[in-house]
Design a protein around this ligand. Structure first.
Ligand SMILES: Nc1nc2c(c(=O)[nH]1)N[C@H]1C(S)=C(S)[C@@H](COP(=O)(O)O)O[C@H]1N2
Ligand SMILES: [Mo]
Length: 432
C-alpha cells in the first residue's frame, strides 16, 4: 500500500466525518447519513470515474473501495511503487528492473524537496565557482559546445535502499530493493568542467546546488546540498548529464541538468543542477552533517544509540546484486524444473568479480555467468540455469563478490538511519 493510500485510510480511521469534510466537503450528520451535496458529489464522482446512482444511501465516513485501491500514478513512470507523495519517492519492483539498461519510465525517484516547475532548458545555466581560478557560467548549449559529450551507463542507488528490512526499524523512506537503476546518461564530464575552471590548491570538496525547494517553502533552506571530495569529483565517470537513455530526462530525475556521480550514494548526484561550488573544506550543506548519509565508523548493535561524533560520511557503496528474473513468487512446472535466473550486480567504485546463487539457504552455491561492465560503473549482468530437484518451496539467494574479495552478507549491518543494506536478495520459487 502506498503512503498516499495509507494516508486516506488513516484519515478515515481517525475521524471519518472529518475525512469526509476534507475530501468531499460532506458535512457530518447526526444519523451518519450525511448526503453528498452537489459539490461533494461531483468531486467524489470525478474521483471514482462516474456518477454514483445510490449516493443517497452511501453512509457518511465510507471510504470508497475504488479510491483506496487507486494507485498513485506518476506521469512518464511505469509500475513504480510510490512510498511517499510529498515529496515524491517511488521505487521499482525488482522484476521491472530486468532490462540491461533501466528505461527512463522505470528509474526510481528520490526527492527530498519540491521539484522546480515549468523548467526552461534553454535558459538554464550552471555555475562553477568557489576555489577555482576562473568561475564558469554556462548554458546547456555551451556545455555541449565546449566539452566532449559522452554516453555512459551509470548505476545509481539511494543510500537508504533496503531500509525497509532494518530491525529495529529505521525512519525514512521504506525502500525495499528498488531504489536503484542503471540508465544511460549523456553529458559532459564533471572533471572537464573542473579542469576548465582551474582548481586552486585550496580546493577540498564540491558543494552541489539544485533548483528544488525545501518542503517548508522557506527559500533560505535547501532540501539537499551534498558534495564529494575533489579526488572523487575528478573521476572521469562523473557526468553533468542532460539526457537519459538518449532522450529527454524525466522531470523527476532532474530535467534539464543533473549530476551523476556513480558508485556513491545517489544523494551525491544533484538533480536540477544549477551550481557547483568548490570549497576549501568538507561541505556542510543540507544532509551532509549529523546522521544524514552518514554511518557509525564501527559496527553497532541493532538499536544502539551512537554519538554523532562517531559517524562518517558514506563514500563508495558496497557490493550488491538484484535478481530481476524470475519474479519472486513464481511457480514453475515440476516437469521441467529448470529456470533461468538473472539479474544485475554492482559494487560502488569497484567491479564485481563473481555472483553465486543458492537454492538451499546458502548451504551450497552455484556460480553464475557474469558479464563485464560496458563501461566502469555500469551494471554487470548475471545469468544461470538453476535446477530444482523436486516439487516444493525454494528460495533463490544471490551473492555478489567484488574484486577486493568482499561479498554480500546475509544479515544487515544495522545502523541508525538504515543505510547501506547490501544483504543478499532472496526470491521465492515454488515447483508445483
Ligand atoms: N536537487 C536534488 N537532487 C537530488 C535529490 C533531491 O532531493 N534534490 N535527491 C538525491 C537522492 S537522495 C538520490 S538517491 C538521487 C535519486 O535520483 P533519482 O530520483 O533520479 O532516482 O537523487 C539525488 N539528487
Ligand atoms: Mo538517496
Amino acid at each position: 500500500m502506498s503512503k498516499r493510500e495509507r494516508d486516506v485510510f488513516e484519515l478515515y480511521a481517525e475521524d471519518p466525518d472529518r475525512a469526509d469534510e476534507i475530501l468531499f466537503n460532506r458535512v457530518p450528520h447526526p444519523d451518519r447519513r450525511g448526503f453528498l451535496k452537489s459539490a461533494g458529489l461531483a468531486t467524489m464522482a470525478a474521483m471514482l470515474g462516474g456518477y454514483i446512482p445510490f449516493h443517497r444511501s452511501m453512509p457518511a465516513g465510507l471510504l470508497p473501495v475504488a479510491l483506496a485501491e487507486e494507485p498513485f500514478r506518476i506521469e512518464g513512470k511505469d509500475g513504480l511503487v510510490v512510498l511517499n507523495d510529498r515529496p515524491v519517492n517511488a521505487e521499482t519492483p525488482a522484476h521491472l528492473l530486468d532490462d540491461a539498461v533501466t528505461p527512463t519510465a522505470r528509474h526510481f525517484i528520490r526527492n527530498n524537496g519540491v521539484p522546480p516547475e515549468s523548467v526552461d532548458a534553454d535558459a538554464w545555466t550552471l555555475t562553477v565557482d568557489g576555489e577555482v581560478e576562473e568561475p564558469l557560467e554556462l548554458t546547456i548549449a555551451e556545455l555541449k559546445g565546449r566539452f566532449e559529450v559522452v554516453n555512459l551507463q551509470l548505476q545509481l542507488e539511494c543510500g537508504g535502499n533496503g531500509r525497509a528490512y532494518f530491525e529495529p526499524n529505521a525512519r525514512g523512506n521504506q525502500w525495499t530493493v528498488g531504489a536503484v537503476g542503471c540508465s544511460e546518461w549523456t553529458g559532459v564530464r564533471l572533471a572537464d568542467l573542473l579542469k576548465a575552471a582551474g582548481l586552486k590548491d585550496s580546493a577540498v570538496y564540491t558543494a552541489h546546488y539544485g533548483a528544488d525547494q525545501h518542503l517548508s517553502g522557506d527559500p533560505s533552506k535547501r532540501p539537499i546540498s551534498r558534495g564529494v571530495p575533489i579526488s572523487k569529483a575528478l573521476n572521469p565517470y562523473n557526468l553533468v548529464a542532460f539526457e537519459q537513455n538518449g532522450g529527454r530526462m524525466h522531470p523527476m530525475n532532474g530535467y534539464p541538468l543533473r549530476l551523476v556521480v556513480p558508485g556513491w550514494p545517489g544523494s551525491c548526484s544533484q538533480k536540477w543542477l544549477q551550481r557547483i561550488q568548490i570549497r576549501d573544506q568538507v561541505h556542510d550543506g543540507a544532509k551532509m552533517t549529523g546522521k544524514s548519509y552518514r554511518v557509525p565508523q564501527h559496527p553497532v548493535a541493532p538499536g544502539e544509540e551512537v554519538p554523532e561524533d562517531d559517524f562518517v560520511i558514506i563514500e563508495s557503496m558496497p557490493v550488491k546484486s538484484l535478481i530481476t528474473f524470475p519474479q519472486s513468487g513464481v511457480e514453475i512446472a515440476a516437469g521441467a524444473p529448470v529456470t533461468t535466473v538473472r539479474g544485475h550486480a554492482w559494487a560502488g567504485d569497484n567491479k564485481v568479480a563473481a555472483v553465486d546463487l543458492s537454492i538451499d539457504f546458502g548451504a551450497t552455491w552455484q556460480r553464475a555467468e557474469l558479464t563485464e561492465p560496458v563501461n566502469d560503473y555500469a551494471w554487470q549482468h548475471f545469468t544461470a540455469e538453476v535446477r530444482f530437484p523436486m516439487t516444493g518451496y525454494y528460495e533463490v539467494w544471490a551473492r555478489a563478490i567484488d574484486d577486493t574479495g568482499r561479498s554480500q552478507p546475509f544479515a544487515i549491518a544495522w545502523n541508525p538511519k538504515g543505510y547501506l543494506n547490501n544483504s543478499m536478495h532472496r526470491i521465492a520459487v515454488r515447483v508445483v
